[in-house]
Design a protein around this ligand. Structure first.
Ligand SMILES: O=C(O)CCC(=O)C(=O)O
Ligand SMILES: [Fe+2]
Length: 393
């Protein structure tokens, strides 16, 4: 007799309940206090779609998007005057704000925060008391929260993803030499028709040592290129792929396939109007129109520029209950796995989807817009007359 088919809904629930047992006590208390129903287990795991064709249909239509930062008061006075301290962590990327609770921001402060994230790429808030519901509500201000067809979510709150590396580590054991997917330079959801804008990760429990996250600036990476090289990549399109694989319904035996979408290699942020390099080693497949060898060469160089220039990067040491908001349009990030699951690290994440990426050849770079270019760069960009010194050295 053939074995009885497995009821997958029961398997899901059993697995979720098993996961819940590992939940750190402080996280459990926080979730229960927020009214999250843990009785069916945590996290909730959506049934994964099997076929590429079905996943392409998710958010396949263009949606209206207005960047919150583009309506902000440019001085950001409502945000800055209410904060007790605002500290830039490096010259080019990363700002920490103290004395504000994200859950209490006014509409004006939310818009100004969106502009600050667009300018500084990543903004840090320690000691936040914020429920997953409030996090989702804030995320809606910045764009449509992405509901992921694959990743674990907070029960009853679709759009609030669970970032709990201990959980993934049991599924796909990570090691010192081969850490998990988030421990490589990437940006989130590049395969979407309207990829991720702001991601807000709130980590309620973090290891005392390790588990830092790094971000690198796409504005800075673009500006590291010589003006002549910028001309080569300006306006070029590239293929970007999803992190998760699916099967092709027409050809399932071809094995796992990724979603792919074409977007500009250099894009302009709608709130700042500044150009940013938009590639990442994990998910940019190739530059459209070039031979594979040419594309590999150029992309390899662009990844190196992005990943190796420490002056356009920030490395952040988390403390419990810290919220970090970053803009995926102008950054790549990388989560260090150096604590190797030896201490719990748990967070909730809301990612707001943004515009269809676009390029504008006349847009300035960040340092150009802020008046930070030196004479040599101005000359190479043709902004001032000069004696045509070789800028490329
Ligand atoms: O855990 C982190 O610090 C970041 C993980 C990550 O890549 C993400 O949430 O998009
Ligand atoms: Fe990520």
């Amino acid at each position: 007799m053939a074995p009885a088919p497995i009821d997958e809904s029961i398997v899901d629930v059993v697995e979720q309940k098993k996961d819940t047992l590992k939940l750190p006590e402080s996280t459990r208390e926080r979730l229960i206090k927020a009214g999250v129903d843990l009785s069916e287990g945590y996290p909730y795991r959506p049934s994964k779609p099997l076929y590429l064709q079905d996943v392409y249909k998710i958010r396949g239509e263009e949606r209206e998007y207005i960047d919150a930062g583009s309506r902000a008061d440019k001085s950001k006075k409502n945000l800055f005057e209410a904060a007790s301290k605002v500290t830039d962590l490096t010259a080019h990327i990363g700002t920490e704000i103290e004395g504000l609770q994200l859950k209490d921001l006014t509409p004006e402060q939310r818009d100004e925060l969106a502009l600050l994230i667009a300018e500084r790429s990543v903004v840090f808030f320690r000691n936040q008391e914020i429920t997953p519901q409030q996090q989702l509500e804030l995320g809606k201000w910045f764009g449509e929260p992405e509901v992921h067809p694959q990743t674990p979510q907070v029960p009853g709150l679709l759009g609030v993803t669970v970032i709990w590396p201990d959980l993934f580590a049991t599924e796909r054991p990570a090691s010192f030499r081969k850490p998990g997917g988030a421990s490589s330079w990437h940006s989130d959801l590049v395969h979407e028709k309207q990829p991720a804008g702001v991601t807000h990760l709130h980590n309620d429990i973090v290891p005392p040592i390790g588990g830092d996250t790094l971000w690198a600036s796409g504005y800075g990476a673009y500006e590291k290129l010589s003006p002549d090289f910028r001309k080569i990549i300006d306006g070029k399109l590239a293929v970007y792929r999803s992190a998760h694989p699916y099967l092709d319904r027409e050809n399932p035996s071809a094995g796992p396939q990724f979603l792919e979408r074409i977007h500009p290699l250099v894009r302009v942020h709608p709130a700042t109007g500044w150009k940013a390099l938009w590639v990442n080693r994990a998910m940019t497949v190739r530059i459209v129109g070039l031979d594979k060898a040419e594309s590999d060469l150029i992309l390899g160089y662009l990844y190196d520029v992005y990943e190796k220039n420490v002056d356009i990067q920030v490395r952040f040491k988390w403390t419990p209950n810290t919220s970090v908001l970053w803009d995926n349009r102008i950054t790549i990030h990388n989560a260090s796995w150096d604590y190797a699951g030896k201490h719990p690290r748990h967070g909730n994440r809301v990612t707001s989807l943004a515009e269809v990426p676009y390029f504008d050849p006349n847009a300035p770079t960040r340092r150009q817009a802020l008046g930070l270019l030196d004479e040599e760069e101005k000359e190479a960009l043709g902004l001032i007359a000069g004696d045509a010194k070789d800028f490329s050295l």
